[in-house]
Design a protein around this ligand. Sequence first.
Ligand code: NAD
Length: 275
Amino acid sequence: MPDQEARAQRAKLLDGQIALVTGANSGIGEAVAQGLGAAGARVAVNYVVGDEAAQKVVQAIRDGGSEAEAFKADVADEAQVQAMFKAVVERFGTLDILVANAGLQRDSAFLQMTLQQWQTVMSVNLTGQFLCAREAVREFVRRGPRDVSKALGKIIQMSSVHQEIPWGGHANYAASKGGIKLLMESLAQELAPRKIRVNAIAPGAIRTPINTDAWSTPEAYKALMTLVPYGRIGEPEDIAQAAVWLASDLSDYVVGATLFVDGGMTLFPGFATGG
Ligand code: NAD
């Protein structure tokens, strides 16, 4: 049965590997954690609030046949990030895959944007990426090569279409995602000689709690669809499949790339009939 064979092959993609997903008790991170678990990885589920939601994700991964454990830490806090990586290595032995996914929005018209709104977004979305990536790289280098993957380690940074598309009313968020683009590319360039692959995923509109306003009423959904040529909202699983591929040896020659998973949102849909 070709379908069964394909499923069996996919289930082995990440066998023996250990993954940490930040912000993994909601939305995209939850789906990515479950996707990596279903592909055979043992999964560290990071979260900052919501013990119960984190335990639910852990249980779902275990029910699927992989090991999982929850690790509470604020990705914007250096000491907490370092303690989390130490705990993950103590629990699972090492780390092969980091999906730096945690992120948030603090939206405001620019005239009213407070320094706190700016700093909260930068601390979590950009500094959090730096702190987690640095600890992951330190662990990859400390431990050295393993026979579970061609790469020494893989980092996937969760960006956004707003690393490309300017976003009025969300200048802090767009700036943080633009920052991720060059952080990712600079890390990829610096670390490729060590066989560490750093890439990013740039989701478009995905149905999660971060953007409920954009899809939860028929009117909002209809307006959203004017921005999405493919004609449907993205689901967290769409991102999970991309993450599994980027974490696996199937993408071994992919270095420093941003994979847009956006139903065509970055294709300037307004120009399809105008311009
Ligand atoms: P979400 O709100 O469902 O999930 C965000 C997760 O990050 C939550 O688990 C939250 O608790 C966690 N988090 C927030 N601050 C944290 C901190 N300091 N430390 C640890 N974890 C923290 O939203 P989502 O849509 O799943 O977002 C996940 C990522 O995807 C974000 O980086 C977001 O910017 C990005 N993204 C989402 C969309 C979308 O349409 N949903 C589009 C583009 C990019």
